[in-house]
Design a protein around this ligand. Structure first.
Ligand code: BEZ
Ligand code: FE
Length: 308
């Protein structure tokens, strides 16, 4: 026998019924005992233990099992190389964020990670310090600056920052279906570990909700909206890759982000500036603008960090 069969019937079934259910779990667990790869065995046996306990706990009906299969089939049908509904499902169930948490262990003051999301592209243009990532995307200009350091507070020169965000209409460039590149760029920290660029003040937007995951959210009264955010991916040799966002203090969606990506430590002050006021780099901006500061601390890369 391969470990405990587990309980999960809430005490609602007879001894004989429980014996049969536990025997089935034990038999399925044992079927993996000879798996040559120990990690595969561990994962599949844990999956079986939890799945069986789940079915027993909720006393899953056959109609509900049919509905679950139909749902997963729909998730598969809408998934292609551009649309990944399985990841979206993982996101709204908090499984993505739990995987991020497990793979990015807390290390001193290291900046917290959050979910990657589907809208990163590897070929964003390079900008210089003070450059603009908007590329024509509509929105209120936002000055973003900060410093990248390691856990000892030493500046990290030459760190690569990838930054990307939705425009004020709640869309990423890749969602327009044309070839535009906007709201994204990469840049490198200077010798002091500092960076600065113009982006857009983040605004809320819904995760893609025209598929089965959107229907699931509607059926349980959950909103598809994400709290306003700006994505960062920071890489530097010898340091753990950081995938994160910054969020806007005061955003009413902070407590109900549809993918559970918000961490208090990632909520930043975005200061509003009047039209015509002087900007940090002297650029003239039509209308209002905002500014924020995001100092980033990278953990050492000890092999336990993000696998990306
Ligand atoms: C995003 O932040 O871009 C995102 C994250 C998870 C699911 C959908 C979108
Ligand atoms: Fe996003």
């Amino acid at each position: 026998m391969s470990g405990d069969a587990g309980v999960g019937d809430g005490g609602s079934v007879s001894r004989e019924q429980r014996r049969r259910e536990e025997e089935l779990t034990a038999t399925v667990l044992a079927s993996f005992d000879e798996a040559p790869d120990a990690r595969t065995r561990e994962i599949l046996q844990a999956l079986v233990r939890h799945a069986h306990a789940f079915v027993r706990e909720v006393r899953l009906t056959e109609a509900e099992w049919d509905a679950a299969i139909a749902f997963l089939t729909a998730v598969g049908h809408i998934t292609d190389e551009r649309r990944q509904e399985f990841v979206l499902l993982s996101d709204v169930l908090g499984v993505s964020m739990m995987t991020v948490a497990v793979n990015n262990e807390a290390r001193g003051d290291a900046t917290e990670s959050t979910v990657f999301g589907p809208f990163f592209t590897a070929d964003a243009p390079r900008i210089e310090h003070g450059g603009d990532i908007a590329g024509g995307a509509p929105g209120e200009p936002c000055w973003v600056e900060g410093r990248v350091t390691d856990l000892e507070g030493r500046p990290v020169a030459g760190a690569r920052l990838e930054v990307w965000e939705a425009d004020e209409d709640g869309l990423y460039d890749v969602q327009y279906g044309d070839e535009r590149v906007a709201g994204r760029a990469h840049l490198f920290t200077d010798d002091l570990g500092e960076y600065r660029f113009w982006g857009l003040t983040p605004t809320p937007y819904p995760i893609p909700d025209d598929g089965p995951v959107g229907a699931l959210l509607r059926s349980v009264g959950r909103s598809p909206l994400r709290a306003s955010h700006l994505h960062f991916m920071v890489t530097a040799p010898g340091l753990r890759t950081l995938i994160t966002h910054i969020f806007v203090r005061g955003d009413e969606l902070l407590a109900s982000d549809s993918v559970f990506g918000v961490k208090e430590s990632l909520v930043m002050d975005f200061v509003q500036h009047a039209a015509g006021s002087t900007t940090p780099d002297g650029r003239s901006v039509e209308g209002t603008w905002s500014s924020t500061r995001f100092d980033i601390v990278l953990a050492p890369d000890d092999g336990g960090g993000s696998r990306r």
